[in-house]
Ligand binder design. Sequence first.
Ligand code: ZN
Length: 484
Amino acid sequence: MRIHPLVPSLLLLGTLSFTAACSSGPGGPSGSAGASSARPGPTPDPSPVRSVDPSKIKGLKIVSDSSENTSCPFATSYPDVPGAEAMTAAMKKYVERRLATFRSESAACEGGTGGTEGVELNISHQFLVASGDVLGVRLSTHDPSGAGSGLSATTYWYDGKAGAYRTAPGLVADDSRGAFLGALKDRLKGREGVDAAALDDTLSDPASRAAVLDDMAFTADGGLRVDFDRGDVGVPAAGALTVTLSKETVTPWLSAFGKRVQRQTVTPSRSLDLGATHIPTQAVPTHTASGDDDTDCKRVRCVALTFDDGPAVPETATLLTHLARYRARATFFTVGQNVAAHPDLVRAAARAGNEIGNHSWNHPDLTTLSRGQVVSQLNRTSAAIKAATGKAPTLFRPPYGAVNPRVRAATRLSPVLWDLDTEDWKYRDADKVARTVIDKVRRNDVVLLHDIHPTSVAAVPQILRTLTARGYHFVTVSHLRATL
Ligand code: ZN
């Protein structure tokens, strides 16, 4: 490994000041606003909705995109569930629009320099319901470069019975909208920072109403929780606001679809069936490592290939097959939300002798988070890795390589940066990625790649073939560190 100067990522510390939403648990107060010195995390605070195990969703793919560069920091993800194509298309359209705007505003994203260093776009997902004929997903967007709070959330709903994508207001029956809006107003008026006249205007105009009523989901006890982004229905200083209407109050106002969503939230059925005509099955490789690696990196040329941001379907399985063919081991810096979706792939990677590292839950710049948020990002991911493989990780790679003493102090995991950056997130060209590694690699280098990109995975056979012929051995990061 080459020696690195500490990445000077203190830039943002103390410069961001948002008011965070403090969501309440089931049965708790219906909503409040609190202040935080750090930014709100890309994932909302623990949601009172019932948690969903995404690994049970047949044919699920998580569509991820990200950079690993502090000059152009973005990470986006949304799920693609068979049968819910119209909903997937809506999420894809939203994510691609936000990403295109973000990238066009930063010269560094497109190969230039300067611009928006440290201003990060993060879109992450959370399953709300995946049961019976109902699918619900919340996308949370953190974008401090945009207008408003920098944090916004939208829920997406799919009605498998009707074969239709629905937005949050579709949970309420059309002829009950007046009563529903009246109840919301009653609950909001009198809250600090809410102007009654402005609230009336916002909720009476169909376009602005649709824009602010875009985040609704049921609580575990059947109440309807409505989340308003900061500045939507009150002054920005009031923070994000939440109203939870009890089950007794809201049930008479629900649409037929809303009632089914409520039922599947409170008492989920065992499986999800959205009427998909084809559910792809993912083959999971079964290679098993033959004991410990005895490569001595003091005697032979070693290199540690690292693959970030996965696991991904189908790329990670393909990659495992390439690695097994050359008896190569690698290190996977996995993102927790993807581990939760595909624990079988993480297990297969570990069984084949690869190392599994922690790359946070949803790829935020950890240096912009509070200590508690850093701990949560890393601990949730380590727990998911341990659940998948039986072994907790010892290494973490900070997203964008952004680490500072505060992040280091928040975890016992050892940070791993890299010596050779292929910039494969930017250059989706297998031959270029392969040539970069082959031309630039030096003994004992840690090489940065991403297994969410088919082009990066396609580069691997050429890398393994050429470098094996030059006497290189492919080892894990921990093995490299232990034998140097
Ligand atoms: Zn990454």
